[in-house]
Design a protein around this ligand. Structure first.
Ligand SMILES: [Zn+2]
Length: 264
C-alpha cells in the first residue's frame, strides 16, 4: 500500500494533446489500476467498493484537517530524542513526547479533557509533536483541525475586510467546535483587536465545552498576555498542560546541515 505522502504527490499531470499525424495517444493512466478510478470493482454481476476508496477517504480526512503536506509524515516514532542534549533538554523532550502520546490516547477514549501547550524556541520540535498528534488522530478518524496561526490571522483579516464572507466565518465556527483543534505558532504576530477577540471566543468556547486544544508557541506566558490579552492567556493555561521544549540549536537547521553535509 502506498504512503499518504506518495498518494498526495501523485497529482494527475495533464498530457499534451496529440496533434494530427503525431504518434497515437498514450493509454490513459489511472491512479488505481484495479478499478480504473471508478471506485468499484465488478465480480461478474456483483459490484464491490475498491480498496482505493479507503485511501481516498484517508486523504480527504487529511485535507479536511488542513494538515500541511510537509507535516503529514510527522510521527511519534520519528521524533528523534538524539537532537536533544545535554540531558536536561532530553528530559524535557521526553516529557513532551510522552504527554503528546498520552494526549492521543486520551482523545481516543474520551472526547473531552485538557489540551497541551508546547512552549519553546524556534526549531525545538513543537510543530513536529503537534503534527504527530494531528496525524495519529486523523488516522483514527477523529475530527481534527490544524490551523497555523499566522495563516488564520490572514484569513481573519480577509474576513474583516469583506465582512460576511461565509467560508471564513465557517472556519471560525469549525475552530470553535471541532473535537480537536491544533493552533500552531501562536507567536509574536500582528493581532488586531478584532482577531484577538475572535481568538478569545474560540478559546473561551473550547474551555467551557472542555474540547481539547493543542497549542504551540515560542512566547513566554508574559509575552502571551502582551499579544493576546490576559483573559485569553489565563484560559489557555486553565485548559492545558504546559510543556517546554528546549534545545541548544534549531533542529531544522541541524537537519539541514546533516542533509547538506554541513555545507553552510
Ligand atoms: Zn481502485
Amino acid at each position: 500500500m502506498k504512503s499518504i505522502k506518495e498518494l498526495l504527490e501523485e497529482t494527475s499531470i495533464p498530457q499534451p494533446k496529440p496533434s494530427g499525424g503525431s504518434p497515437p495517444p498514450e493509454p490513459e493512466r489511472y491512479r488505481c489500476s484495479f478499478c480504473q478510478d471508478r471506485g468499484i470493482i465488478f465480480d461478474g454481476e456483483v459490484a464491490r467498493p475498491c480498496t482505493c476508496m479507503n485511501q481516498k477517504k484517508l486523504e480527504n480526512r487529511f485535507r479536511h484537517a488542513r494538515i500541511a503536506r510537509s507535516l503529514i509524515q510527522c510521527r511519534f516514532e520519528g521524533f528523534d530524542i538524539g537532537y536533544y542534549d545535554p540531558p536536561e533538554h532530553r528530559e524535557n523532550a521526553q516529557r513532551a513526547l510522552a504527554a503528546a502520546q498520552a494526549f492521543v490516547a486520551s482523545c481516543l477514549s474520551n472526547q473531552y479533557g485538557l489540551g497541551l501547550l508546547f512552549t519553546g524556541s524556534v526549531g525545538s520540535g513543537k510543530t513536529f509533536l503537534a503534527a504527530a498528534i494531528a496525524n495519529a488522530l486523523t488516522e483514527k478518524e477523529r475530527q481534527v483541525l490544524f490551523l497555523i496561526v499566522p495563516d488564520l490571522l490572514d484569513e481573519l483579516r480577509g474576513t474583516y475586510d469583506r465582512r460576511g464572507e461565509a467560508t471564513e466565518l465557517d472556519l471560525l465556527d469549525t475552530a470553535r467546535s471541532i473535537p480537536i483543534l491544533i493552533l500552531d505558532d501562536l507567536g509574536a504576530h500582528n493581532y488586531t483587536e478584532w482577531a484577538r477577540n475572535r481568538l478569545y471566543t474560540i478559546i473561551n468556547y473550547r474551555l467551557n465545552e472542555q474540547l481539547p486544544t493543542v497549542i504551540t508557541t515560542n512566547l513566554s506566558l508574559q509575552e502571551m498576555e502582551e499579544y493576546l490579552g490576559e483573559r485569553t492567556t489565563s484560559r489557555l493555561v486553565q485548559m492545558s498542560r504546559v510543556f517546554r521544549l528546549t534545545c541548544e540549536q534549531d533542529i531544522r537547521l541541524r537537519k539541514y546541515q546533516e542533509r547538506e553535509g554541513k555545507r553552510m
